[in-house]
Design a protein around this ligand. Structure first.
Ligand code: NAD
Length: 342
């Protein structure tokens, strides 16, 4: 099967491409390289045995995407391409609506023209906003009230997929989709080939590792007076390889006309202080931690109830030990302190 992977040069997309190639698929990879890395594509191409085609394009560019889908006979899509920063989305909401919504709609038009039958969408726990404490751990049925433009783009695209699938069903065409609501994705490919290289880096594990490597003067912790055991926020960190494995299971299971939504997390949380302690332990290095006031919109505890996908598809996160998750990231970052740059 040929699968279109959008955002293939990014962190999660590149890991997905590698897994699909390892499973014997052909991959059509599209990325506009606005945030992704050509080096990741080079590394993947080197081991793809000719089964990877990379097209540098915007997913909203129908004139390029549609013929590429048709030419390669891709009937399944994993859609990772998006702008992904909550803070940036508050400052530049229109960029987020253009990239995450308008370009996504154009991608669906290309999919319709090319007869795509299965579509897996990278949604986010940001669609749940700030759920009340009694709804944590979060079920898929938790009301979705995003509090940032980023979260709203993810929720709106879920609705767009719903409406599109319904129109396909009524038109007698087969189209099934799944919205996978990731919690915090973490870690790197454990063979050390692929990594996580965001600029700017805002995720806590890579930021702490950069501090351990002396690439940041200090690590800021926002809020130490939350009603949690150690006063810092608690989040759910799912390893990128487990996350990709869930995509593979979902794609296999998805039948025409189906709509599915799953949370992807490990079902337990780790606090910011636990992350810092793990990075110090794994790296064997100390670094300065600066305690700062809380940031607006950060709920104290956010972690998934991810049993639905386990029950229905037999998926569960296998890499749940924090030091193992951090260790996979440390291995890549310590060998590639400049990320994918030479
Ligand atoms: P990333 O920035 O590393 O990868 C996104 C890739 O998409 C980049 O390579 C970028 O160049 C590309 N891209 C962006 N807009 C594009 C467009 N219009 N056309 C073509 N390419 C485009 O981000 P990531 O961390 O790998 O995230 C992947 C997906 O997972 C995103 O949809 C994100 O919202 C979602 N997600 C990520 C996390 C996380 O913890 N990393 C959590 C929840 C959801």
């Amino acid at each position: 099967m040929t699968i279109l992977v959008t955002g293939a040069a990014g962190y999660i997309g590149s890991h997905a491409v590698r897994r699909l190639l390892a499973d014997g698929h052909r991959v059509l990879a599209i990325d506009n390289l606005s945030r992704g890395h050509n080096r990741a594509i080079e590394l993947l191409s080197a081991e793809a045995g000719g089964r990877l085609t990379f097209v540098k394009a915007d997913v909203g560019d129908r004139a390029t995407v549609e013929p590429a889908l048709l030419q390669h006979g891709a009937r399944a899509v994993m859609h990772f391409a998006a702008l992904t920063y909550v803070g940036e989305s508050v400052d530049r909401p229109l960029d987020y609506y253009r990239q995450n919504i308008a370009a996504g709609v154009a991608l669906l038009e290309s999919c319709q023209a090319a007869g795509v039958e299965k579509f897996v969408f990278s949604s986010s726990c940001a669609t749940y906003g700030q759920p009340p404490e009694h709804l944590v751990p979060i079920l898929e049925t938790c009301p979705q009230h995003p509090i940032s433009p980023y979260g709203r783009t993810k929720l709106q695209f879920e609705h767009i997929l719903d409406d599109f699938a319904e129109s396909q069903r009524r038109g007698g065409r087969s189209f099934g989709f799944a919205c996978l609501r990731y919690f915090n994705v973490a870690g790197c490919d454990r063979t050390g080939l692929l990594g996580e290289d965001h600029d700017p880096e805002t995720h806590i594990i890579p930021s702490a590792i950069q501090s351990a490597l002396g690439l940041r003067p200090a690590l800021s912790v926002f809020g130490t007076d939350y009603p949690t055991p150690d006063g810092t926020c608690i989040r759910d960190y799912v390893h990128v390889e487990d996350l990709v494995d869930a995509h593979v299971k979902v794609l296999e299971a998805l039948r025409p006309g189906e709509r599915r939504a799953y949370n992807l997390g490990i079902g337990r949380g780790y606090s910011v202080r636990e992350i810092i302690a793990s990075v110090k332990r794994v790296s064997g290095r100390d670094f300065t931690v600066r305690e700062e006031p809380r940031r607006a919109g950060d709920p104290p505890r956010l972690f998934a109830q991810a049993e639905k996908i386990g029950r229905e598809l037999g998926w569960q996160a296998r890499i749940t030990d924090l030091d193992e998750i951090v260790g996979s990231a440390w291995r890549w970052f310590s060998r590639h302190p400049k990320g994918y740059k030479p």
